[in-house]
Design a binder for this molecule. Structure first.
Ligand code: DOR
Ligand code: ZN
Length: 426
């Protein structure tokens, strides 16, 4: 099976490439990349992609797939399909399933299901602690052997500092990273949205940025002390950005991510009590949003992830207080992130670093490049195409988006995984 992708603009930061080029795919790999691939083997399928942009397949290092246990919210199949629509060819899925992915049976189950779905590459993130209860460490060695790519209790923080220290040391000895959900549960207790002027006006109990910042500070200290690699999940506050920036300057082995909702929306979006704006950490103030954007610009924030958190209607169509936290993000992430390019904050090549090259590097997976010999994982983007966000035609079962009705620019028209078209626009 050979495919020639002809005439598109190819952006591959890993090779310092940006220009009109042909890509020849053979046996699931990139066989050649050149301004004009000369001798094309017979029986090659030709795709004319003039006007399109070809990127190394996007890597989402923070997705929630909900299977096993919460298949009414999302399955490995529906989540994988949504990833393909969004241009993601690799996703790392968080362990807060039922049961929690804290043992090899669950890790192996996820990998088996993903293989059956045969859509995108799925990399399970296993739990730091048993049942993510923050009490007893999970069996990292066993989990790594089963295929766990990283460890996290995401959705919950690891409140116990000695457990977090041991987790960092243990993971480091296995060449794996800890992904930390930074939240001091005592400081955030009872809160429903960001603490500030808006929460006061709405009369909703607040979650201060302090709840995030205190834990970021602690985790940076633990990482510095242990020399272990730490990755901070879903950064939303100005304080977190500042401390991560300072820690990087000191040489701490820290990387960090944020999501489109933190650089696009503020707590003002909560004003109409739309439960699709309820997320953890909460949407923050204008100053926090500006700091997150600056963190992306200056490299403090390495990666843009979706934190794709699909929920059922029954989880969201309730009073704000009772609504589940989370935003379904796989199918809007790239278009929302492209606004950073339009706004002059990042070049397209820098954006590709944050959505493909860097997450692959952080997880240490052989992705994020279109180099000959690499898997032919490719995202084809129509940069000028505008479209309206309408979750009723999404592949994700999670229709919970605060971007309903928004007009976005830039649409994935085709996604290839190992040389196979796993998504193609009608
Ligand atoms: O909003 C969120 N939803 N934040 C998290 O940390 C967990 C996630 C979920 O699993 O729904
Ligand atoms: Zn998450």
């Amino acid at each position: 099976m050979k495919i020639l992708l002809k005439g598109g603009r190819v952006i591959d930061p890993a090779q310092n490439l940006d220009g009109q080029m042909d890509l020849l795919l053979e046996n699931g790999k990139i066989a050649a990349i050149a301004e004009a691939v000369g001798s094309v083997p017979e029986d090659t399928r030709l795709l004319d992609l003039k006007g399109m942009i070809l990127l190394p397949g996007l890597v989402d290092m923070h997705t929630h797939l909900r299977e096993p246990g919460y298949e009414y919210k999302e399955t490995i199949r529906s989540g994988s399909d949504a990833a393909a629509v969004g241009g993601f060819t690799s996703i790392a899925c968080m362990p807060n399933t039922l049961p929690v992915n804290d043992n090899r049976t669950v890790t192996e189950y996820i990998l088996k299901r993903a293989k059956e779905c045969d859509t995108v590459h799925v990399y399970p993130v296993a739990a730091v602690s048993r049942n993510s209860e923050g009490k007893i460490l999970a069996e990292f060695g066993d989990l790594k052997e089963a295929g766990a790519i990283a460890f996290s209790d995401d959705g919950k923080p690891v409140m116990n500092s000695i457990l977090m220290r041991r987790a960092l040391e243990y993971a480091s000895s296995l060449d794996r990273i800890i992904i930390s959900h930074c939240e001091d549960l005592n400081l955030s207790a009872g809160g429903l949205m960001n603490e500030g002027k808006i929460s006061t006006e709405l009369g909703l109990p607040g979650i201060p940025t302090l709840a995030e910042d205190v834990m970021v500070a602690r985790d940076l200290l633990l990482a510095e002390f242990s020399g272990a690699a730490l990755h901070i999940a879903h950064v939303s506050s100005a304080g977190a950005v500042r401390m991560i920036r300072d820690a990087k300057k000191r040489g701490v082995r820290v990387t960090a991510e944020t999501t489109p909702h933190y650089f696009t929306l503020t707590d003002e979006a909560v004003t109409n009590f739309n439960t699709n704006t309820k997320v953890s950490p909460p949407l923050r103030s204008r100053e926090d949003l500006q700091a997150v954007r600056e963190g992306l610009r200056d490299g403090t924030l390495d990666a843009i992830v979706t934190d794709h958190a699909p929920h059922a209607l029954t989880d969201k169509e309730v009073e704000f207080e009772y609504a589940a936290n989370g935003i379904s993000g796989l199918e809007t992430a790239l278009a929302l992130s492209l606004t950073l390019v339009d706004d002059g904050l990042l070049t397209l090549s820098e954006l590709v670093r944050k959505m493909s090259v860097n997450p692959a590097k952080i997880l240490n997976i052989p992705k994020g490049t279109l180099r000959p010999g690499a898997d032919a994982d490719i995202t084809v983007l129509n940069p000028g195409k505008t479209w309206v966000v309408d979750p009723s035609n999404w592949r994700s079962q999670g229709k919970n988006t605060p971007f309903f009705g928004w007009t976005l620019k830039g649409k994935v028209i085709m996604t290839l995984v190992q040389g196979r078209i796993v998504y193609q626009e009608d």
